[in-house]
Design a protein around this ligand. Structure first.
Ligand SMILES: *[C@@H]1O[C@H](CO)[C@@H](O)[C@H](O)[C@H]1NC(C)=O
Ligand SMILES: *[C@@H]1O[C@H](CO)[C@@H](O)[C@H](O)[C@H]1NC(C)=O
Ligand SMILES: *[C@@H]1O[C@H](CO)[C@@H](O)[C@H](O)[C@H]1NC(C)=O
Length: 498
């Protein structure tokens, strides 16, 4: 038995005579039982038929001046023409059922989506992963009213079990794997265009959209339009569509998977990210590619998005525990990896080059990546710089640098990054320095700085744009020959026992 109530009877009749398919009838009657929608069309017709005929006391006549109704009554000359709409609707049902193999009347509401497009054959044909993206249009948007069951939901109820059976895996709405099915129905595409006169603001052209009549825009306009105005401009009774919706596109995507770790960079000729100027490659490879390419292969991803806790220049090495990084894998075709496989991947990357090493490689959540970025400015970084001095220095001439604590610098945006950073003066701290004398013109300077300090500029002064700088402190010209990042004090991602 259908979970329909007596009060629904009239609604059922009106909907049927308006050209609704049984599943849409159930939606409008707010039937929320999923299994009902999974009945075959034949069963649905039989049950609706039973429901309409069950009752002895026939309700008052329904206005039914639609062609389908009339036609059926005319066709059916055997039945006494008592003009009862009840029998009209029931006949409509059976005649639709009889016709089902050649030409079914296309539902005026779902445009066929809940008729053919979700039945087993369709699903099977595409061996398919389905999730409906509701067609942009008048009918669909009316259904967005809260209590009516959404076409999309019903479509999922029907197709999920079919897919599950076909693919042999559980299917549910929370999966990160998404299938979108785009339906098109050119015949009724123009139906919603009159809304543009009601709410011109709702329909603004956007770059990526083919049409301004998006589902969102139509929905917005429908909220604004008064019911009376709507009815005046749009026919209350819909003509049965000539054709059903066609599937324009089926798209399978998986949400991003995130991988994090730390890297060391031992080369002074390796940029962190691909270095391309005016379409021309400047350096052979990059940290991003050396780590990313093997990941790309293993996870079978379309693309990736590399980020890290700060970055070093091409000629700066990253030593110590390495620099934390995270990679967003876009649309991966493999999604689960035991830690063992990640370790093997790490080994592979380690073995593929002398330029970098990777550790602590692990799958992380999107949220966790925030830890890497947040508070980046407050973190400290340790550097080791090889300094050249213009004048000869003695062992003790540089000791005074170790006395300086939390030295405050004013750094104007360095000339070398001015093309990509706004001009500003930033205040940064050098928490402490240590010195290691080498010879009369060289020493190592080990610095603990606030993240974001431009160390190179502190040493050579950047034409006075960093104040104070090593040169002003030592009363001579100084320059930086080599720089290494010794540690990035970000305690993420977690260290792994290897
Ligand atoms: C890449 O990541 C950044 C931030 O981590 C994000 O803003 C951006 O949208 C991402 N790009 C893609 C294509 O996902
Ligand atoms: C890769 O190299 C790093 C740095 O030397 C090391 O800590 C890590 O254990 C290595 N990983 C593997 C799997 O070899
Ligand atoms: C640099 O010169 C200033 C002013 O002449 C002086 O006070 C300071 O001690 C000098 N510093 C060094 C390291 O010689």
């Amino acid at each position: 038995m259908f979970p329909l109530k007596e009060k629904d009877r009239r609604v059922v009749q009106v909907l049927l005579s308006a050209g609704c398919c049984p599943r849409c009838v159930l939606r409008f009657c707010c039937v929320g039982i999923q299994t009902t929608y999974r009945l075959s069309r034949k069963e649905l017709f039989t049950e609706l038929h039973k429901f309409l005929n069950d009752d002895e006391s026939k309700p008052e006549a329904v206005e039914c001046n639609q062609p389908p109704c009339k036609k059926i009554r005319l066709q059916d000359s055997e039945k006494s023409d008592d003009n009862s709409d009840l029998s009209g609707a029931a006949e409509l049902l059976s005649s639709e059922y009889v016709l089902r193999n050649d030409q079914v009347q296309i539902c005026t509401v779902c445009l066929g989506i809940l008729q053919d497009q979700c039945e087993k054959e369709f699903v099977k044909k595409h061996a398919t992963w389905l999730l409906v993206k509701q067609e942009v249009g008048q009918q669909g948007s009316i259904l967005a009213k809260d209590d009516i069951l959404q076409l999309k939901e019903v479509y999922k109820w029907i197709t999920h079990p079919l897919l599950s059976e076909e693919l042999g895996v559980p299917v549910d709405g929370k999966s990160l794997f998404e299938i979108s099915v785009v339906f098109a129905h050119p015949e009724t595409d123009g139906d919603c265009h009159f809304l543009a006169t009601v709410c011109p603001d709702c329909f603004r052209p956007t770059k990526n959209k083919q049409s301004v009549f998006t589902r969102m825009a139509v929905g917005k306009a429908l909220e604004k339009i008064k019911d009376d105005d709507f009815l005046q401009q749009f026919p209350y009774r819909l003509e049965p569509p000539k054709g059903s919706c066609v599937v324009q596109r089926i798209q399978c995507t998986h949400n991003s998977v995130y991988v994090a770790g730390r890297y060391n960079k031992f080369s002074r000729t390796l940029p962190q990210t691909p270095w391309v100027i005016d379409g021309e490659r400047k350096m052979e490879s990059s940290v991003e590619e050396l780590i990313g390419e093997p990941l790309k292969k293993l996870f079978k991803v379309d693309n990736l998005n590399f980020s890290s806790s700060g970055r070093e220049d091409v000629d700066v090495r990253a030593l110590g525990n390495g620099r934390p990084f995270a990679i967003e894998l876009l649309n991966p075709h493999r999604t689960s990896f035991p830690q063992q496989e990640l370790k093997e991947l790490q080994e592979k990357i380690n073995g593929s080059t002398d330029k970098i090493r990777v550790r602590d490689l692990q799958i992380v959540t999107r949220e966790a990546i925030g830890h890497m970025k947040e508070g980046e400015e407050e973190k400290t970084k340790s550097y080791r710089a090889l300094i050249w001095t213009e004048k000869a220095i003695g062992k003790n001439d540089i000791d005074f640098l170790e006395e300086l604590k939390d030295l405050k610098l004013d750094q104007k945006t360095p000339l070398r990054v001015l093309h990509r950073r706004p001009l500003a003066v930033r205040t940064r701290l050098i928490h402490s320095m240590k010195v290691e004398y080498i010879d009369q013109q060289h020493f190592h300077l080990i610095l603990k700085t606030q993240a974001g300090t431009y160390v190179k500029e502190f040493v050579h002064g950047d034409f006075g744009r960093t104040k104070p700088n090593l040169g002003t402190l030592m009363n001579m010209t100084t320059d930086i020959l080599e720089l290494d990042v010794e540690s990035v004090d970000v305690d993420w991602p977690p260290t792994l026992d290897e």
